[in-house]
Design a protein around this ligand. Structure first.
Ligand code: M6R
Length: 361
């Protein structure tokens, strides 16, 4: 049940430290900086040249995040929205590993993309929360994210556990893929992964997201911008916000702001800028452009003091490895969406028109 929480969503946000521990448990050796994922012996993925991710909604955002993690270890990868996969890519081929990211393992669009890839001779891997789901049964390989059951329609802990699973997989791929050229030193990432549950705990304990949600909740529209790993977080922040508040929210790469959306920016459109990890200079410039049009600027950052002239207010996260700070930023945005929806009295666990898994194409 929900226990002491008003909603499953809040419970699921708050139990992320435990979920993440389960995701990592027994799979990460910090001392040796290696991973050991059940069923995947060394070399399991040694015949592949590239990865294609297929996923929908929040899982697509996790796939975008994962694709950047693979980039970092020199593995060629692209994330596709599963519903557009067949029209956006040529046929997959035997040297392509198609990774379906799906919490439920039952999303029709994702299953269809997997089957399409399989028919082309690709090998498939399902990254899923549900053992025995259709995706897990049909895929050649499975990795379970072990987040525990998620009841709220809005995906929260499963996003975090998916991203961490993909971070572990990135290490496995870096060791297996013949063309990988590990740029990243896994030592520091391994340590940061082990610390992640307690970093999330810190965010949960110290978050001011409720105050910020209350301040802006009745505004006209909500923009979320970020670059690099901040991009999937901006997309996910906007999706979560619109899904449960029914307020208009959009997430995009920072640089897109001036190519259209800026026309909508007013003192009643708060801009949430993800300034975690790396490559933030342009995001800061773009946030300034919005500020000069009067938009309130909320910076999600590990260094609020550095940007006190720009930000009206900050959502702070602990500093950690640049590849993982985005995950902490995302927890702040989950809380923001939750408190905004709560303030508006929305049906948080079952938003209108939405179902937990979308089993029609
Ligand atoms: O079960 P899946 O991960 O395949 O579901 C994909 C999307 O339908 C899902 O993430 C949806 O976007 C959530 N309601 C987002 O909170």
């Amino acid at each position: 049940g929900k226990g002491a929480y008003d909603h499953y969503m809040l419970k699921e946000i708050n139990t992320q430290p435990t979920a993440l521990k389960q995701t990592i448990e027994g799979r990460l050796d910090v001392e040796d900086a290696t991973v050991d994922i059940e069923d995947f012996d060394r070399g399991t993925f040694s015949e592949f040249d590239r990865v294609q991710f297929v996923a929908c909604g929040t899982s697509y955002h996790a796939a975008l995040y994962g694709s950047k993690l693979l980039d970092d270890v020199g593995v060629d990868s692209t994330a596709y929205r599963a519903n557009e996969y067949d029209t956006n890519t040529g046929p997959a081929c035997p040297d392509t590993l198609v990774v379906a990211v799906t919490q439920s393992g039952e999303t029709a669009d994702t299953l269809k993309a997997m089957r399409y890839a399989e028919a082309d001779g690709a090998t498939t891997l399902a990254v899923t929360n549900v053992v025995g789901s259709t995706a897990a049964r049909e895929a050649d390989h499975s990795m379970f994210i072990r987040a525990g059951p998620e009841i709220g329609v809005a995906a929260t802990k499963t996003f975090s556990s998916q991203v961490v699973s993909l971070a572990l997989l990135s290490r496995q791929f870096a060791m297996d893929f013949p063309d990988a050229s590990p740029r990243a030193d896994f030592d520091e990432l391994a340590e940061a992964l082990a610390r992640l549950p307690s970093d999330v705990e810190t965010v949960l304990d110290q978050s001011n997201a409720r105050t910020i949600a209350n301040r802006y909740v009745n505004d006209d529209a909500f923009f979320f911008i970020g670059r690099d790993l901040g991009f999937p977080v901006a997309k996910e922040g906007a999706l979560k916000f619109k899904e449960i508040t029914y307020q208009h929210a959009e997430g995009f790469t920072s640089g897109r702001l001036k190519h259209g959306p800026l026309a909508l920016v007013t003192p009643s459109t708060p801009l949430f800028a993800i300034v975690t990890g790396r490559h933030n200079e342009k995001t800061l410039t773009n946030a300034k452009e919005a500020k000069s049009r009067g938009a309130p600027i909320v910076l999600v950052t590990d260094d609020p003091d550095a940007h006190s002239d720009l930000a009206d207010v900050g959502l702070e996260v602990p500093s950690t490895h640049p590849l993982l700070e985005g995950l902490l930023a995302n927890v702040q945005l989950q809380l923001l969406a939750y408190h905004a929806a709560d303030q508006l009295g929305r049906s948080i666990d079952k938003p209108r028109n939405l179902a937990k898994s979308v089993t029609v194409e």
